[in-house]
Design a binder for this molecule. Structure first.
Ligand SMILES: Cc1ncc(COP(=O)(O)O)c(C=O)c1O
Length: 423
């Protein structure tokens, strides 16, 4: 028997906790908000992940969004393998970076130039710097429950892991770093004035559970920004290339000044991007005075994966994704309602979440009330026992891929019905 056959989740978690805080490299993975022992992934393929004990799960985590074609998509795997054979990083430009930027700009109306970076955090951080540099203003407005990565001035009232840990902000962030950050309630137009450089928003909030924008919210925000000359930043790290070819700006018909992206465009490799009009991007060094760089930016493996990913994200793929999410959302609503458990399954395109409540939350306060009633963790563990992996926290989205078949969705709904009966 190989050494690997002796691995189990509990032992690995104990070892992990000795060498990594919480045993993980990103807090939500530690199961802190649902309790129990994380499953340690051995491998993944298509809609499935297997843990080190050999148990298979239908996966709705999908790396929190990137794996929109499922795991180990053969075309992406081939592209990355070939790329790796030609070297893993050069520190000089490549054709694939040009192709990637052309492809992304070709899909998103108004996006004329971009920079590839290595994470969504970096993308958001750099986009804020761009907006500040271009306007000569310092203040930024963000919405409570929106998450824009873990850079100092964007962590205030962040969703996702920040919300799971019950932290209002973050130790170690100096007061000065958030002095120019103004936090506003989602789905309300904040009071803006001419000191505001940028208003950052998740066009569909997906880090406080999924909370869609109220009708007109994004368009009104566009107008409010224009009135005071503030930049509007769409953080499309989750919505970008997920809602459709042109992301949230196309979906809602509202054009921001600056975008940031991540997740899907890397096909599971570390990546992010931020971009804007050519005029605005002229502020970035070496053209302008806003500095941003990166040893691994535009990495040849990440661009190989990203191009292979985007190539497969056709209109048909988006139609399939939306049909799959609709089937799952409708089924979950049906089985919980039948069991007398209040449920809301918000969905925009293929981006969906779940709240065990009567009324759909529209902002962070309401989302917290809905998420903190404790039902999610029972749902989560009930599903996990039945071989279905959801995110281990109530503030994350449920992600589907193009390889989640109707049969798997129906299995998932049947499992949810069993769990509902136990709640
Ligand atoms: C909307 C949004 N912005 C930014 C980020 C940060 O991206 P990353 O985790 O790649 O740094 C995330 C991560 O979940 C996100 O959901």
């Amino acid at each position: 028997m190989s050494e690997r056959a002796h691995l189990n989740n509990a032992d690995l978690f104990e070892r992990a906790k000795l060498v990594m805080p919480g045993g993980v490299n990103s807090p939500v993975r530690s199961f802190r908000s649902v309790g129990g022992t994380p499953y340690f992934v051995d491998k993944a393929e298509g809609p499935y992940v297997w843990d080190v004990e050999g148990k298979r799960y239908i996966d709705y985590v999908l790396s929190y969004g990137p794996c929109i074609l499922g795991h180990a998509n053969p075309t992406i795997v081939d592209a990355v393998s070939v790329a790796a054979g030609n070297g893993t990083s050069y520190g000089a430009p490549t054709e694939r970076e040009v192709l990637m930027a052309e492809e992304m700009c070709g899909r998103v109306d108004g996006l004329e130039m971009l920079r590839l970076v290595s994470s969504g955090t970096e993308a958001a951080m750099s986009a804020i710097r761009l907006a500040r540099g271009a306007t000569g203003r310092d203040k930024l407005v963000k919405f409570a429950g929106n998450y824009h990565g873990h850079s100092d001035n964007l962590l205030a009232a962040g969703g996702s892991g920040v919300a799971n840990q019950g932290l209002s902000g973050c130790d170690g962030v100096p007061v000065g770093a958030v002095a120019d950050t103004i936090v506003a309630p989602y789905n309300e137009i904040p009071q803006l004035d001419e000191s505001i450089a940028v208003v950052a928003v998740e066009p569909v909030a997906a880090n406080m559970g999924v909370v869609p924008p109220n009708p007109g919210f994004l368009a009104d925000l566009r107008v409010a920004c224009d009135e005071v000359g503030a930049m509007l930043l769409f953080d499309e790290v989750i919505t970008g290339f997920r809602l459709g070819r042109g992301g949230a700006s196309e979906w809602f018909g509202v054009k921001p000044d600056v975008w940031c992206f991540g997740k899907v465009i890397g096909g599971g490799l570390p990546v992010g991007a931020y971009g804007a009009s050519r005029e605005l991007m002229a502020s970035i060094a070496p053209l302008g005075g806003v500095y941003q760089g990166g040893t691994l930016s535009g990495n040849p493996l990440a661009t190989a994966a990203g191009l292979a990913m985007l190539d497969q994200l056709t209109d048909d793929a988006y139609a399939k994704l939306e049909a799959t999410a609709t089937r799952l959302a409708t089924g979950l609503e049906r089985v919980f309602t039948a069991a007398g458990i209040p449920v809301i399954v918000p969905r925009v395109g293929s981006l969906m979440g779940i709240f065990f409540t009567d009324v759909a939350p529209t902002n962070f306060d309401e989302a917290q009330v809905a998420a903190d009633n404790g039902i999610y963790k029972h749902f989560f563990h009930g599903m996990l026992e039945r071989g279905i992996a959801l995110a281990p926290g109530p503030y994350e989205a449920i992600f589907v891929s193009t390889v989640h078949t109707d049969e798997l969705i129906d299995q998932t709904i049947a499992a949810a019905a069993e769990v509902a009966a136990t709640l």
